[in-house]
Design a binder for this molecule. Sequence first.
Ligand code: GSH
Length: 208
Amino acid sequence: MLKLIGRNLSPYSRRVAVAMTLLDIPHSREYLSVTADPDRGLELNPVGRVPVLELEDGERLIESAAILDYLMELVGPAKSLIPPHGKSRRDCIQLMAIGSGVLDKAVNAVYEQRRRPAEKIHEPWRQHLLRQAAGGLAALDRRAASRPDAWLLNDQIGLADITAAVTVTFLRVMVPELVTDGLYPALYALTERAEALPAFQAHPLEKP
Ligand SMILES: N[C@@H](CCC(=O)N[C@@H](CS)C(=O)NCC(=O)O)C(=O)O
């Protein structure tokens, strides 16, 4: 059986977990925190991060986008959560890149604040990271606003929506200053619809 390694507080891991559940892909789970156990992280992934997907023969895949690419190939074009070609495929990949870019910036802003001694936190750098994350959130909100009551690409939830929703939910817990009330209404509405689905509810965030 496939094994997904990484806890749900990792939004990159959570987006893979939600996609696997949505697609009914049987898998087991190891809720690893690489902060708590960096040695295990390095044992599984040369760069010590989650998620990691372990295949049945022991091969390990790293990088959530690469893992999702593998899973979409596994389920085939009829069930895939990414359009097969053309503009809608490009749009999907670009929207996912915006979502994961927001996460990269926001996670770095969290590390700037939490991993450094207080006197070494460089607030201008943290603000720069937050501005970049906000730029991505605004772009996702514009896209969501252009398609009210629908998903970002078509009538079916897909990887772009999953990425956007796990991003907002992660930020609400870890960087609430980025997602204050009323700032991105269309994106929040999309997140609410996604988080109400059983595939999302099956993977709630752990406490930080
Ligand atoms: N681009 C990677 C990012 C993965 C990532 O940064 N994961 C975090 C958890 S949210 C991690 O393992 N951080 C530990 C570290 O970088 O030291 C992906 O999409 O899989």
